[in-house]
Design a protein around this ligand. Structure first.
Ligand SMILES: [Fe+2]
Length: 361
């Protein structure tokens, strides 16, 4: 079974899982055969992932870590954020139970056996399925929602190895979900769509988005000090090269730098209007190069061990010319996963004759 974008090319395939609306209603039952009109209807309903059987996945359960409730809730918050923040109002959903339900779903997903992130694909990056048309009115809100979930999932999965306890980690996950609610208001959706080509004034406004995010909920007693600091400092770096204040060293809490590292990992794995998504293994390599400089070594180690080098369900090229599908990440050895090759599972921790040469799909 694999996740797929509900595009017309899936017509004729049977659903491996029911398609659910955000409120839990069954839109399509498991086993239903997809047709072009049904696929069109699902897109209209903003369903961005369906699950179909794919013999190439040989029974691997390659589903996303969070479901449609989390995605639609975050999309709703991001869609309302720009106008609300600009008008000095709290964006819808920021103060209600929904965001805590999303955070709980993220924490559950990170505690389970599934990959800590949304699925990665070469064309669409990490979890950004359905977000390929940047001209679509909802594209920016959708991309910010996916980014919020990716960041929160990485924080949740990494936080355990940093020994963040139940008093801190859920708060940090909620903070990770709202880091960028001020982004569209600070920069404007039109400018966001071309972030690779900003002028000096726009770049200045971009660097103000942590404050804009903080202002979105600053008047509310709902948010604690730790969360406020995490939101405000999520672009700061250990060596002082970050923004908005250029703080450095022990003025930055390691947990806040964990959020910053997760934010960077997720952002680079996602496509942006001016660039394609990076491959996860390239992002990991880049992240490792920042250890001890932009981020503390223990933070980089926590993120890398949580996300692994090769996402589950990814198709990888092998040194003998064959390809395989990642079944599970390497236990304690993140670059040697277990891979299904020609129907057989091979643990690359044991078979050292084969090397991986990167993700191909
Ligand atoms: Fe940000």
């Amino acid at each position: 079974m694999r996740a797929a974008v509900p595009e017309d090319g899936l017509a004729g395939q049977a659903l491996a899982e029911p398609v659910l609306a955000a409120d839990g209603r069954v839109l399509c039952r498991a086993g239903a055969v997809l047709t072009v009109p049904v696929l069109e209807k699902l897109r209209q309903l903003e369903v961005d992932v369906v699950y179909v059987d794919d013999p190439g996945f040989g029974g691997i359960d390659a589903r996303e870590s969070v479901g449609c409730f989390a995605k639609s809730t975050m999309r709703r918050i991001m869609a309302s954020a720009a106008s609300a923040v600009a008008a000095g109002r709290v964006p819808a959903g920021l103060n209600d139970r929904d965001i805590e339900r999303v955070a709980a779903e993220v924490l559950d997903a990170a505690a389970g056996d599934l990959p800590p992130c949304l699925l990665w694909s070469r064309e669409r990056g990490l979890g950004a399925v359905g977000q390929v048309d940047w001209a679509e009115p909802g594209a920016v809100a959708g991309a910010l929602a996916i980014h919020a979930l990716n960041t929160a999932l990485v924080v949740a999965a990494s936080g355990r190895s940093l020994r963040l306890g139940p008093a801190q980690l859920p708060h940090l996950v909620v903070a990770a979900l709202v880091l960028d609610v001020g982004m569209a208001a600070a920069l404007g959706p039109v400018a966001w769509r071309r972030t690779g080509d900003l002028d000096a004034e726009e770049r200045g406004r971009l660097r103000l988005h942590p404050q804009a995010s903080l202002e979105a909920f600053d008047g509310s007693a709902h948010w604690d000090t730790f969360q406020r600091i995490a939101v405000l400092q999520h672009h700061e770096r250990l060596d002082g090269s970050g923004y908005p204040y250029g703080l450095s060293g022990d003025r930055l809490h390691p947990a806040v730098l964990l959020v910053a590292a997760a934010d960077m990992y997720a952002a680079l794995c996602e496509p942006r209007p001016h660039r394609a998504a990076w491959r996860p293994e390239d992002v990991v390599e880049m992240l490792m190069s920042t250890a001890g400089m932009e981020f503390p070594v223990e933070v980089v180690r926590a993120v890398v061990s949580a996300v692994g080098l090769y996402p589950r369900g990814g198709t990888v090229a092998l040194s003998d010319g064959r390809t395989g599908v990642v079944v599970r990440s390497g236990q304690g050895n993140f670059d040697r996963p277990t891979v299904r090759i020609d129907g057989e599972e091979v643990d690359l921790n044991r078979d050292l004759t084969l090397a991986l040469q990167g993700i191909v799909a």
